[in-house]
Ligand binder design. Structure first.
Ligand SMILES: [Zn+2]
Length: 271
């Protein structure tokens, strides 16, 4: 099933390349928009509940969001700079860069967002992910170690609250893919503690919340049908909820720039 066509006025032609004009004279899907996103993902995209209490804390996230209405695409651009520590050599950096780009590309084709414009109708736009490797002006610095020091978080690959991704020489595409999910706002979907009951609540673009997910039941060793890229090593499944954070930002950007209330929802992958 394709997208429903946007309403057309008599002044618009059948050709997809021609602008569509709404009944009130608005030129629809005529402009591209972009904005730098810089937000605290905690309580904006999801809440972590530990023993019934919502956790606070900051998870600052940033990237460039491009909403390309003319070509019907959404692009999430994350500029990365890879920096080697200790005895990290150029070959380690090159390998990490390759794996990083491959991990980011694994998100392509996984999320589609439907934009509902009261003037122009609905369009479904796939989300593309790009990871330009830069030497300055990065959104995230990838710190590459032989082994992530145990003094830094758990000593495993992770993303910090202040725009650092820490990885080691053995980090491969799957892990970069998971960590990239953090960089645009996703939480871990596994429990951190054996003692506490942990849940994640995702916030939808319509402002409501999904039912809490019992993440203790997923976990790093999980294998059931609910495990995802954010819960379990080597799993690649994405859910609709993994696109909410981008839909929230697209909705806000378009509402601000178009001056009318735009609603977004995630239509792919199916629930
Ligand atoms: Zn993680």
């Amino acid at each position: 099933m394709g997208a429903k066509p946007a309403p057309r006025s008599p002044s618009s032609g059948p050709s997809a390349s021609r602008p569509i004009t709404s009944a009130s004279g608005v030129c629809c899907w005529c402009e591209d928009y972009q904005g730098e996103i810089s937000v605290n993902a905690s309580n904006r995209y999801s809440r972590r509940i530990v023993d019934g209490q919502a956790e606070g804390g900051g998870r600052q996230r940033r990237y460039l969001l491009q909403v390309l209405l003319k070509s019907r695409r959404i692009r999430v651009v994350m500029r990365y700079k890879v920096v080697g520590f200790g005895s990290t050599a150029a070959e380690h950096i090159q390998l990490a860069e390759r794996e990083l780009v491959s991990g980011v590309a694994s998100w392509n084709g996984k999320i589609t967002i439907e934009i509902d414009d009261p003037e122009c109708g609905k369009q479904q736009l796939p989300v593309e992910f790009e990871a330009p490797l830069v030497s300055s002006g990065q959104h995230y610095t990838v710190e590459l170690f032989q082994t992530v020091p145990s003094s830094l978080d758990s000593g495993r690959p992770h993303v910090t609250g202040d725009f650092k991704m820490r990885v080691d020489w053995e980090t491969r595409a799957w892990t970069f893919s998971h960590e990239h999910g953090h960089c645009f706002g996703l939480p871990d979907e596994y429990g951190y503690s054996n003692e506490a009951a942990e849940q994640i609540v995702y916030i939808r673009p319509d402002g409501g919340s999904d039912p809490p997910i019992d993440i203790d039941a997923l976990g790093t060793a999980g294998s059931g049908p609910d495990v995802t890229i954010m819960s379990t090593h080597s799993q690649h499944r994405r859910r609709v909820r993994h696109g909410y954070c981008i839909a929230i930002e697209v909705q806000q950007l378009l509402t601000r720039r178009l001056g009318r209330t735009i609603r977004c929802k995630v239509v792919r992958p199916p629930t």
